[in-house]
Design a protein around this ligand. Structure first.
Ligand SMILES: [Mg+2]
Length: 359
């Protein structure tokens, strides 16, 4: 199959503040596989702060792949490049199972018409997707003024904590809970940024408010302490940074974690192996975004989420309001047409490597 790669850079409307720091541009790669049967798509969306390869390293890896790629070469992507594993395997698997976008006579590309893109429903913006999505609020006090709060529909919101001093955050939290629409759910995400003491303070307060769950209170190497927290408080705890890769997810499961698992499929490595493990174990999963485009999201929804038993939990895909480019309305082919061919990116790859723009 013929492989083509194009890179994108999507600036956030305002930089996203997390315990890992400030993030202003989401960079990723779109993969296009073409065979006689048609076209399929994959997406490489690393987050180095979560332990995947860096964007620069994913770009260099994909640029070095042969133009004609085989199944064996795709299966041999090293574990050091989980985001590349995800993108390539997703594109390959889609090529095997879907009616693909046809090629025009003479091998030219065609707009993705009555093919993969119409078969797979597009997400219609952050609030109208085919799965209920949680809405990521701005970090800190800015959440209190977010227009997203003023809704009469019950929604699931997510708010980042572990960024400002705890007393300040606890006060904003209590104000935020008071502003939530009736029936709304709130989940908190500490990105591993709390101490034991602060995690206890948060959970004690959360228990009184019926918070949906607290995500990754402590750093990934403190699983034993998080197990203790999960026994001590009633607010459920979700592992996120602890279970980025499938290997980590399996390790936490083996060590007895039976709480929630946040699954960022594009960072986990082989999606086929991820699906097999999740099917074999009845895991309580929360699917979460890594600010990917519809390319990865369609694959996750159709080939991963729908392959597992349905759960009554919003998926963490409510992130489109963080961008202003309108890409949430585009099919993979439409995104592809907006990107420059790879040859013109050689120079940019060097620049990204030098600046280390990553998150
Ligand atoms: Mg998280």
């Amino acid at each position: 199959m013929r492989l083509d790669v194009r890179a994108y850079a999507r600036p956030f409307k305002t930089p996203l503040q997390t315990h890992h720091g400030s993030w202003s541009v989401r960079r990723g790669l779109i993969l296009r596989l073409e065979s006689e049967a048609g076209i399929s798509w994959g997406e490489v969306v690393p987050i180095a702060a979560f332990g995947t390869e860096s964007y620069a390293s994913a770009l260099a890896f994909c640029q070095a792949l042969p133009e004609q790629i085989t199944r064996t070469e795709i299966q041999q992507v090293p574990a050091t490049h989980p985001a590349c594993q995800f993108g390539l395997e997703a594109a390959w698997e889609t090529a095997q199972r879907s009616p693909l976008a046809p090629l025009k006579e003479g091998g030219n590309r065609t707009e993705c018409g009555a093919s993969l893109c119409s078969e797979v429903p597009l997400f219609k913006g952050d609030l109208g997707g085919s799965l209920p999505a949680s809405i990521l609020l701005p970090t800190g006090k800015a959440a209190l003024n977010s227009p997203l709060l003023f809704s009469n529909q019950p929604r699931t919101y997510k708010w980042k904590i572990g960024v400002a001093p705890i007393q300040q955050e606890l006060a904003v939290f209590e104000e935020l809970v008071g502003l939530l629409p009736a029936g709304a759910k709130l989940r908190l995400d500490a990105n591993g940024g709390l101490s034991w003491q602060n995690a206890c303070s948060w959970l004690q307060l959360c228990d009184g408010y019926g918070i949906e769950f607290l995500e990754q209170p402590l750093p990934p190497d403190e699983l034993a302490l998080m197990l203790k927290l999960s026994q001590r408080y009633s607010t459920p705890i979700a592992l996120d940074e602890s279970v980025t890769s499938l290997a980590q997810l399996k390790a936490c499961h083996a060590q007895g974690w039976r709480g929630l698992y946040v699954t960022k499929a594009p960072l986990a490595g082989s999606p086929v192996a991820l699906r097999e493990f999740c099917q074999a174990q009845a895991l309580d999963l929360v699917w979460s975004s890594v600010f990917e485009t519809n390319v990865a999201r369609q694959y996750i929804e159709n080939c991963l989420i729908k392959a597992l038993p349905a759960v009554d939990r919003a998926v963490g895909f409510g992130i489109d309001h963080w961008f202003t480019d309108g890409w949430e309305r585009y099919s993979p082919e439409q995104i592809w047409q907006r990107l420059n061919p790879m040859e013109s990116l050689q120079h940019e790859a060097g620049a990204i490597g030098a600046f280390g723009i990553d998150h």
